[in-house]
Design a protein around this ligand. Structure first.
Ligand SMILES: [Zn+2]
Length: 169
């Protein structure tokens, strides 16, 4: 498990029985005012069997429609050279100052992924809702790179937060 906290984001990762989980929490500010591309995030699984490397890009973009809605996109790209296929999943949540979900999380996955990209997108975000977002959580899960828990520290698996506030959706 590795942890870090720099440039306004928190990071940790852990091993799960057949893979790895990474978690980024980014602080954001007034996303409705500007187009924003975050500095690319990197993730290396440190797997003893099939280590994999990933580049993560997040982007907010204002659309040319009547209400000036925004589109949020995430791109998870595998950048190592191994041909071993893994399962990759992403889950992105958007929180307000009270740590309540502002709108629907994004989730996406590919079962057998080698040199490819996994994309997720949320469209038609109202500027008024975007202005409430103060943090973005990105969870990445990489599976099928190793098996078993007995040969390394058996990290506990954190359960996902299931509390979804639907009142604002
Ligand atoms: Zn692994």
């Amino acid at each position: 498990m590795a942890e870090g906290n720099q440039n306004g984001f928190v990071f940790w990762d852990e091993q799960i029985p057949n893979g790895h989980k990474a978690f980024f929490k980014l602080k954001v500010d007034r996303l409705d005012l500007i187009e924003k591309t975050f500095y690319p995030l990197d993730y290396y699984t440190s797997c003893r069997t099939i280590p994999t490397s990933w580049a993560i890009q997040l982007k907010y973009e204002r659309m040319q429609d009547a209400i000036g809605s925004y589109t949020f996109s995430i791109n998870l790209k595998r950048i190592d050279s191994s041909d071993h296929r893994v399962k990759a999943s992403l889950y992105v949540s958007f929180y307000d100052v009270e740590d309540t979900l502002v709108f629907h999380p994004i989730s996406s996955s590919i079962d057998r992924m080698a040199h490819d990209e996994l994309k997720g997108m949320l469209e038609n975000i109202l500027p008024s809702m975007l202005s409430e977002v103060v943090s973005v959580e990105v969870k990445i899960t990489i599976e099928n790179c190793h098996e078993g828990t007995d040969w390394q520290c058996a990290s506990k698996v954190n359960t996902d937060q299931n509390s979804i506030n639907l009142s604002k959706l």
